[in-house]
Design a protein around this ligand. Sequence first.
Ligand code: ZN
Length: 241
Amino acid sequence: MDTAKDSVLVVSAHAADFVWRAGGAIALYHSRGCRVRVLCLSYGERGESERLWREPGMTLERVKEVRHAEAERAAKILGAEIRFFDAGDYPLRPTAELVEELVQEFRRTQPTIVLTHTLSDPYNGDHPEAARLAMEARVYAQAAGYPSEAKKVGAPPVFLFEPHQPEMCEFKPQVLLDITPVFGHKRMAMECMEAQEHLWEYYTQLALRRGTQAVRNSGQKGIKYAEAFQRVYPQVTDELA
Ligand SMILES: [Zn+2]
């Protein structure tokens, strides 16, 4: 499989989402020599930093600093570049400036693979908002007439990461990605997220379950850990496999 020319763009609503949901994919593509760039739209400072808010005297700025440092460490372990937009959470609101910046990110990065959230999530509206922003920016980045110094992008497939409660988010595991060789990196990156320690084991168990399902669906007995994704657009292929 020649994936060395791939370039992966990950649009994450909050500071830790890309780690739980796509840490394996990120580490895998990095291990193959691909560029992986994470766009972290907000820190999840209000909604996904419960433990930090229990500390006395905590402030919004301090929560952001902690989440920034954690996500930066995790991205480094996974081998990804990361950019923080600090666009706010609860709510993450799309602005014209944010869309414009995302379009230019697509143009400059020229991704061949896009990873983002599901378009439905009744538990956290920021997740579908981030997905809508990613899809909107991708479409504008494809348009010849959109002003940019960088050339327009092709048609990179969009893969949606597995949400916390997939059945509630209309998520179907259409793609099971074998992340066995890099799972150690994913676990190390998850452990950077000290504010959400309760999720480390949860996402390890999920990777094991998806790994077992990957074996069942492929017969490849060497798979131990996997991540699930759902496609937005049809797969284009010259062979049915
Ligand atoms: Zn989130």
